[in-house]
Design a protein around this ligand. Structure first.
Ligand SMILES: [Zn+2]
Ligand SMILES: [Zn+2]
Length: 293
């Protein structure tokens, strides 16, 4: 399998000369495997260029599987600019976490209302089907896909892809479970639930050849952003310890982070990993980079 990054930024696009190295587009990744349909993770602004790339250089891939982690703006805002949606003959399967008050179709349709955008979902030429997911397992071609709920202010899924004994895991927009009543006030039971959930995530990422992980904040920044649904450098060192992860892609870069700042955080994360005795290759995800496992 090969994973290519088309958008790595969190929260809002951040274009400009001081973010050109890592890139300013919001979340979008392309997962490729020989003879398999195209798989896209999230439709942040990075999906616009990926759509053009698919039309130019992957003409045979008329079946596209688009998997949403969740429906916050930075993960859906590129969708109306995804060219294959407008072309007859494309079959696009859209997946995302089930919402109990609105269907996935309705949520995506809303951002294409005339107030915001000139074309309605009903006018798109591709054949579109919707698949609402909980924690489950299914196949796309010969790739096995497994989902796991993450800890974020809206229902959010992590995805694990396995093929020929290799695994890629995508976990963005997540912060570690914690006892919001306070470690002491919440009682033993809440602490056990928190520990159980954090262990379940460890099981989900275990043995990944490549883990793409939310690393938006440093340890100093995190306390003022607790509850926003993003992780810190130190959290992630704890998460991947003893999980047998081969490569860690730091992802969902803060929009205020310049390239110089991001490079420092990657260095910090490497140092923390080394101090903790981790044998993991750590790097910052950047637009255009592709990794093969
Ligand atoms: Zn996000
Ligand atoms: Zn989010």
């Amino acid at each position: 399998m090969k994973l290519q990054f088309w958008g790595v930024r969190g929260s809002i696009p951040a274009p400009g000369p001081d973010t050109a190295h890592f890139g300013g587009n919001t979340s979008c990744l392309h997962l490729m495997a020989e003879g398999q349909p195209a798989i896209i993770l999230d439709a942040g602004t990075g999906i616009r260029k990926l759509g053009i790339e698919l039309l130019r250089n992957h003409k045979d891939k008329k079946e596209i599987h688009l998997l949403f982690s969740h429906t916050h703006w930075d993960h859906i805002q590129g969708l109306p600019f995804f060219a294959p949606l407008y072309i007859p003959g494309f079959s696009i399967h859209i997946y995302g976490p089930v919402h109990y008050e609105k269907s996935l179709e309705h949520i995506l349709d809303q951002q294409m209302e005339y107030t915001y955008f000139p074309v309605r979902v009903a006018e798109l030429q591709a054949k579109i089907s919707y698949h609402e997911l909980k924690e489950e397992s299914f196949n796309i071609g010969d790739i096995t896909v497994r989902t796991k709920y993450l800890n974020h202010p809206v229902l959010c899924l992590g995805y694990r892809f396995e093929r020929n004994g290799k695994a890629i895991v995508y976990c963005t927009d997540h912060e570690p479970y914690y006892n919001f009543l306070g470690e002491d006030d919440g009682g033993e039971e809440v602490n056990m639930v928190v520990e159980d959930q954090n262990n379940r995530l460890k099981d989900f990422i275990r043995g990944a050849d490549l883990l793409v992980m939310d690393t938006q904040y440093t340890e100093e920044e995190y306390p003022s952003h607790q509850g926003w649904g993003h992780s810190s450098t130190v959290h992630n060192v704890g998460l991947i310890a003893n999980c047998g992860i081969k490569r860690l892609a730091m992802f969902h870069h803060d929009p205020d982070r310049t390239d110089a700042d991001e490079k420092k955080i990657v260095e910090l994360m490497r140092r923390l990993g080394k101090d903790a005795g981790l044998d993991v290759e750590i790097f910052g995800a950047r637009e255009g980079l592709s990794i093969e496992v």
